[in-house]
Design a protein. Structure first.
Length: 372
């Protein structure tokens, strides 16, 4: 039932008629996004989505004929082989890692935006911390695999469903960034920039290396993604009166223009922080890596960012444990896949940039998609 004030109220931006209470809008600013991804209901407002008539829908090529979208699935077996090597290396050398934390110390840092040491863990404090980051790391890997379980169903070959999983995006972004990193190194080398570090990585045994990489995968995500993206988003949610505002610390709140700004800032901070121990040639590759992990954090959650960070850093552990030849053979296949993935990522970025004006401002309110 409507009244003579409904249309006027709708034009003025009301969601409900102030006279008769009739809802004036259907859905929210997120409906189009969920409809585009193939969902039947909006994940924000619960509105039932109506697919476009077949006559209006653009013809879609079968997934098996789209190499750009299928590339991560082609590289997944080799990605999982490398992941298996990582997990085995971690289990086999857990004793060496425990000895390293029992005998040494670990500086705890925050990004301000440079590296600032806030304390040093030793003894039982470091042992407790090691157990916690081990649990966080394994839980992150397990959660990503569980959320991506549809990829392992031989009947579930629809790439549109695969694109909704964190593992698909982790493989896509890792392989694409692998090629991009090689290109950047070659370009920087051509201009006389060398990738040097003050860290004595060669003197580390495998136990010390595992502790260092585990700490980087978990703590750096807290110190950068949570601190520079999650905390501002949580404070914003608190300002909007959201009772579950603390959930924003875990990520997975989706992209908005506000989150995009925080993503860019956090990526710059992440790249700058690495200049403490690395040459200037490290800035751009690390900044790109920070952007990738920030994107995974915003879209899927902190567990996806930890997984990606772990997979990237543990390459050194794999070469020490399984040997350079085995690791290089698997990486060579992922590089071939990466050539296609890089093209796919660049095309997605191009399309994503055009969609920025349509993003909600903060994502905290259904009406904030309108320009302030």
């Amino acid at each position: 039932m409507t009244c003579d004030k409904c249309e006027e109220s709708k034009e003025q931006g009301y969601k409900f008629c102030p006279v008769c209470g009739t809802p004036l809008t259907k859905g929210c600013v997120y409906c189009a996004q969920y409809e585009k991804e193939g969902y039947e209901y909006c994940g924000k407002c619960g509105n039932r989505l109506e697919p476009r008539p077949a006559s209006d829908a653009p013809p879609a090529a079968p997934a098996t004929q789209d190499p750009l979208r299928m590339a991560p699935l082609a590289g997944m077996p080799f990605f999982l082989i490398l992941l298996g090597i990582y997990i085995i290396a971690l289990i086999v050398n857990i004793g060496s890692a425990w000895d390293a934390v029992s005998q040494g110390g670990l500086d705890m840092i925050v990004l301000t935006p440079g590296l600032s040491v806030i304390g040093t863990l030793t003894g039982i404090g470091l042992q407790t911390y090691f157990i916690l980051i081990l649990i966080a790391l394994l839980a992150s890997v397990a959660l990503v695999m569980y959320q991506s379980r549809g990829l392992f169903d031989p009947r579930g070959k629809d790439v549109s469903d695969a694109e909704k999983t964190p593992l698909y995006w982790i493989i896509l972004l890792f392989c694409g960034n692998l090629i991009l990193s090689i290109i950047l190194v070659l370009v920087q080398f051509a201009f006389g920039f060398q990738l040097d570090t003050s860290l004595d990585l060669d003197s580390m045994d495998i136990g010390e290396m595992i502790v260092s990489m585990m700490n980087a995968a978990v703590w750096e995500e807290i110190a950068c993604r949570v601190l520079w993206i999650g905390v501002p988003m949580a404070l914003l949610a608190l300002c909007y009166g959201k009772k579950d505002f603390l959930r924003n610390l875990l990520g997975g709140f989706g992209m908005s223009r506000y989150a995009l700004i925080l993503l860019v800032i956090s990526s710059l901070v992440f790249g700058y922080a690495h200049l403490e121990n690395w040459s200037a040639a490290k800035f751009i590759p690390t900044m790109i890596g920070g952007f990738i992990m920030g994107y995974l954090y915003i879209r899927f959650g902190i567990h996806a960012a930890i997984f990606y960070h772990f997979f990237t850093d543990f390459l050194l552990v794999s070469m020490d444990f399984a040997g350079e030849i085995i690791t290089a053979a698997v990486m060579l296949v992922l590089m071939v896949v990466g050539l296609v993935c890089l093209v796919s990522v660049l095309m997605r970025i191009h399309n994503g940039v055009k969609e920025i004006p349509g993003l909600p401002v903060t994502g905290m309110d259904q009406d904030d998609s309108r320009n302030p």
